[in-house]
Each structure stands twice: as C-alpha cells, then as structure tokens.
Write a protein that binds this ligand. Structure first.
Ligand code: MF3
Ligand code: CO
Length: 255
C-alpha cells in the first residue's frame, strides 16, 4: 500500500532527515586513507543520536537465509562492493571508493540516503562512477512530478547510466519510505516510461541508482549482507529521500 503524507508528516520526515544530514557531514570529514569503516560507523551513529534520532538500519532483518539482523548504523561498501557492506576494521586506502548508506528514525519517521566517497586521489573512471550515480539521481528527480509514473523515474536513471557506458543493479531497487524505511512502491533503476504506479502529491520515495563500471552481476558475500560484483569492478551508489509536491520534489536528505 502506498501511503500519502500530510504537510505535518512531511515536516516530521524533514526533522528525521536533519539528523541524517548531520551524520553525512560528520562522515564526510573523516574520509581519508588510514580510517577504518567502523570508525565511520561510530561517527555516524553518534551524530544521529546527538540529533535525537536512532539509526534505522539497526535490527533490519537479513534477507538471506541464515543471516543475522543488521547491527550497524551505516553500510560501508568498498570498491567492488556496492551495497549492504558491514563496517569493519578494514582500513581505507588511497584510491578506494566507499559507498556509505544510512537511515534514521525520529519521532517515528524514517529517512534514507547514500553517497559514494573517493579516498585520497582516485582514478578518472572512479570519479566518473561517482558523478554518474549522482547525476542519474537528479535525472530521476526531474521526472518525479505529479502525473508521471514510477517507470518514468526508472527510465530516467536507466537512460542516463547507459548513455555513460555503465550498468545498473537489477536485483535491488529504491522504495517508498515513511513510518517505515521500506514501503511501497518499489522504485527500480531500470524500467519503461509510462508504466507503474502514478506519482501523487505527498508520496515519499528513496531513489537510489546503484551503478557498476563492468557487468551488473553480483553475489552476496559469506557475511550474508555485502553485495559485490562478480567481475570485481568498481561500483558507486547515490540515494536521497524525496517527497512529491505540486511543484518540484523536495529532496529531504540533500546535505
Ligand atoms: N538503505 C538501504 C536501502 O536503501 C537498506 C539498508 S538495510 C541494512 O534500502 F540493513 F542493510 F542496513
Ligand atoms: Co533505500
């Protein structure tokens, strides 16, 4: 069921997103060679809690049989890892790409966002991966208007990423968001114009292009969470929570 948010509820989602934005700012300051992904997790969790919010990912159920509930505030996926990487004692090194994904709950309302950061000096292709995932999100935002359909968002992402010579994960998608982090509808990164649910004022969506430099075939690592590319090539990811309005969409988690 797709839920429509009132003005008042959107204000509450904005407050939740403020905590997320503070965490993004805190993470960004710490990105450099020599820092562990667990350190990023600690910094993010502290910032979220300092803003009266709680990390939304803690307690998420593992989608794979035998997996344990998620215990961390953020996901950190390095290089060929694209989503759901677990923070660890891995030390970031020059040239790495780290995809950071985080969510918050405040006063019962969720927000969700993700960024990919380059560590130190990165290759031209890595920089392009970062730019393309972000620009694909903004191409999607241009379509996120009343009267359009989810397929228009999906098609905008797909068209932009393909045009730039990269590929997209098929098995994972964006989603509705509100009182829960994952709500209807699904927001695929691949799709046909004019298909899927119609966009209405007050719908909140997490749009999240997941971009691969090589083939989009992925596997789940033994930790039952981390999703990585089969060919070992680099990936990037970019996500924000948006709300459909009568005019341009609001982007709640834009730092
Ligand atoms: N943020 C992810 C999404 O965009 C969900 C991560 S769930 C976690 O849908 F359990 F891995 F944290
Ligand atoms: Co999401």
């Amino acid at each position: 069921m797709i839920t429509i948010k009132s003005e008042k509820e959107i204000e509450l989602m904005k407050e939740s997103a403020e905590a997320l934005k503070a965490a993004l700012r805190a993470i960004e300051k710490e990105i450099r060679p020599g820092v562990t992904t667990m350190h990023l997790n600690k910094v993010a969790e502290a910032a979220i809690r300092a803003h009266g919010a709680i990390p939304a990912f803690i307690g998420e159920k593992c989608p794979y049989y035998g997996g344990k509930d998620y215990k961390w505030a953020i996901c950190t996926s390095v290089n060929d890892e694209i989503i759901h990487g677990i923070p660890s004692d891995y030390v970031l090194k020059e040239g790495d790409l780290v995809c950071v994904d985080l969510g918050t709950y405040k006063n019962g309302w969720a927000s969700d966002a993700g960024r990919t950061y380059g560590v130190g000096k990165i290759s031209a292709e890595s920089q392009k991966l970062i730019n393309v995932a972000k620009a694909a999100f903004f191409a999607a935002v241009d379509q996120a208007v009343v009267g359009n359909r989810i397929g228009d968002i999906s098609n905008a992402v797909e068209t932009y990423v393909k045009k730039n010579g990269f590929t997209l994960l098929r098995e994972y998608e964006g989603h509705g968001i509100g009182r829960k982090m994952h709500e209807d509808p699904g927001v695929p990164n691949i799709g046909r114009k004019g298909t899927g649910p119609r966009l209405q004022k007050g719908m909140a969506l997490a749009i999240e292009p997941m971009v691969c430099a090589g083939k989009p075939d992925v596997y789940v690592k033994d930790d039952m969470w981390t999703v990585a590319t089969e060919d070992g090539k680099m990936t990037s990811y970019y996500e924000n929570t948006i709300v459909i309005t009568d005019n341009e969409p609001l982007i709640l988690t834009l730092d």
